[in-house]
Design a protein around this ligand. Sequence first.
Ligand SMILES: NC(=O)c1ccc[n+]([C@@H]2O[C@H](COP(=O)([O-])OP(=O)(O)OC[C@H]3O[C@@H](n4cnc5c(N)ncnc54)[C@H](O)[C@@H]3O)[C@@H](O)[C@H]2O)c1
Length: 324
Amino acid sequence: MENILVTGGAGFIGSHLCEALLKDDYTVYVIDNMSPYYSVELKQSNLNRLKSVATGRLTFIEADICDKERMESFFTDHSIDVVVHLAACAGVRPSIEDPLLYVDVNIQGTANILECMKKSGVAKMVFASSSSVYGDSSGGPLHESANVDKPISPYAATKKACELICHTYHHLYDMNIACLRFFTVYGPCQRPDLAIHKFTKLLYANKPLPFYGDGSMSRDYTYISDTVGGVLKALDWVCSSQKRFDIFNLGENHTISLSQMVETLEECSGRKAILNRLPQQPGDVNTTFADITKAKEVLGYNPGVDFKTGITKFIQWFEDDLHR
Ligand SMILES: NC(=O)c1ccc[n+]([C@@H]2O[C@H](COP(=O)([O-])OP(=O)(O)OC[C@H]3O[C@@H](n4cnc5c(N)ncnc54)[C@H](O)[C@@H]3O)[C@@H](O)[C@H]2O)c1
């Protein structure tokens, strides 16, 4: 495994992953269309960070994963060993506004990448799925074997569809594929549409935070270095000579309520939040809670960053970025 394609590599998770891969001496190809879903400057600064790590082992291609001709010629022109497919429309709420875009980019885009891989004989992939596939489940930690037939947002439905098509390509063409269900990832360079980043911006601007529901809504927040660690383990796993497909939760196995999240932001920033209390939003699940036994046992996944430590690092990055 030497040449790795990371789709969506200019984004939040992708840029951290590419940084780790470049530091490990891999040759990394990034395909990203620099979607304007959020600040293109943030994506550009992610790429600049990568360029400063790489010494000629990073190639960036600005292209759309749905562009069949460009993707085919990319795979024909480059000798790729393994693909980490992260490019997607990633927000839950916007998927309710524009479901067709999510179907096009997430489902057709994934099918397009798999088809190009098949044609060019690339047989290993790590796919970014999501905890949202579990729908509105409550109670204890969710195991990968739980029923995921009731997604409550178009975004979640597209991720489930992608897992299914990944399995189809594994079955028909012997591709080794790991589908990783990420649980709310946070850390430096986090997407600005995600609550921690959005709330922090408002906190520093002394503006009210949109506080949905009664504060009990909870998430299994995963620090970015733990997620990247899990993706690296999954890369080793798909590179085995045995035929493999599986789905893994990558979370921390620990939930934080919305109230606790705001309190931690207040504590780590030394600022007091003003809350704008609003009803819970359609499409939002009440709880996400990962059972990570399988990822630990099979992949050797070993997360370890507690929430307060992670938020402290995020706030440091946010303040540095503010003063830059
Ligand atoms: N961040 C999380 O908490 C989280 C949780 C669950 C799943 N995921 C999944 O992980 C992946 C990465 O998420 P992220 O938070 O880094 O998001 P991100 O938006 O920062 O990264 C996605 C990247 O994909 C690119 N992209 C979008 N459409 C594209 C297209 N048509 N062609 C090429 N590139 C395209 C974007 O420009 C962006 O840089 C996504 O698939 C997302 O659904 C993320």
